[in-house]
Write a protein that binds this ligand. Structure first.
Ligand code: NCD
Length: 312
């Protein structure tokens, strides 16, 4: 297997590398359930989380993942960084890289920023924690680990519903589906679908009810108001919820074996009804738990590849 030096996106990974990260991730689940949640794996390693966009789950889980493995973890958010004083992203990243962290985890609104920065940051592994509407590889790894714990993902049908155009999670799943052998169905109004999305080999629906039969997972997405340039994508929240929200009736149509997933943050009453979000079929908090384990796997893998290069 080729070593994973940076994690820019699912596009860069081979199926074998994804399987490797999932297997390693699975081995870390137990650590977070022990009374003493600490292992020495990343002792002496420094990880910087550099977040220019809001985040609860991703940032915290990278921090917990690093700390549970004994790394030194530093968090920087846009509100307190020198970019507020006019410093460019490249200067900020180079400044942090000069402090010699092993890993820099970056979330930014610019698609492709991690690949752009990497050649300037020698000796530092980069993890994409979400770049604009482009990719969110650790969320997809999180979801696949969750599905692995619930009967696997190969041959399954994951129906993703909502704001596909702005969703880096959907884009990364479309790339992963081909590599890992599952099917993605997309459900959205035309105004929330990217042009020529069928190129990814997915099935596209505008009618949610038509997409439900045969779905193994109903994966709900938030409407990303922060990325919408106009408010004309759907008439009102009430109508959106009626057409594209997951309610009890739709969950019944899906059947009791169908899982409900959401990358968070949820907007209850918009893309998902409260009773569905809290139902036994919802795996949303499992996703959060698995997110820590998968990020432990990512950090361990990148630090390992980095150590091999340092020794060479
Ligand atoms: C997603 C993101 O930021 O892309 N959230 C997450 O990382 N768990 C989805 C979203 O913001 O709606």
């Amino acid at each position: 297997m080729k070593p994973v030096r940076h994690l820019f996106g699912i596009a860069q990974l081979e199926a074998e590398q994804i399987e490797y990260l999932l297997t390693l991730g699975a081995s870390f689940i137990d650590l977070s359930r022990r009374p003493l949640r600490k292992a020495p794996t990343l002792r002496g390693k420094t990880i910087i989380n550099l977040f220019f966009e809001n985040s609860t789950r991703t940032r915290t889980s990278f921090e917990i993942a690093g700390k549970r493995l004994s790394a030194d973890v530093i968090n920087i958010s846009a509100a307190t960084s020198a970019t507020k004083k006019g410093e460019s992203l490249l200067d900020t990243a180079q400044t942090l890289a000069a402090m010699r962290p092993h890993v820099l985890v970056i979330r930014h609104s610019i698609a492709g920023c991690c690949e752009f920065l990497a050649p300037y940051l020698e000796g530092t592994a980069i993890v994409n924690a979400g770049d604009g509407a482009h990719e969110h590889p650790t969320q997809v790894l999180t979801d696949l680990l969750t599905l692995r714990a619930h009967g696997g993902f190969a041959g399954k049908v994951i129906t993703m519903v909502g704001d596909i155009s702005h969703s880096r999670v959907a884009r990364s799943h479309l790339l992963a589906a081909r590599k890992m052998g599952y099917t993605v169905r997309l459900v959205a109004p035309k105004t929330l679908l990217p042009a020529e999305v069928e190129r990814y080999g997915c099935e596209v629906f505008h009618d949610f009810d038509a997409a439900i039969p045969g779905s193994d997972v109903l994966y709900m997405l938030r409407v990303q108001n922060e990325r919408l340039t106009s408010s004309c994508c759907f008439p009102s929240i009430r109508e959106y919820h009626e057409a594209y929200g997951l309610n009890r009736q739709r969950l019944r149509l899906a059947g009791e074996d169908c899982l409900v997933m959401h990358p968070g943050p949820m907007n209850r009453g918009v893309e998902i009804a409260t009773d569905v979000a809290d139902s036994v079929q919802a795996r949303i908090l499992d996703q959060v738990e698995h997110g820590v384990a998968v990020r432990m796997a990512v950090l361990t893998t990148l630090c390992g590849a980095h150590a091999m290069e340092e020794e060479a």
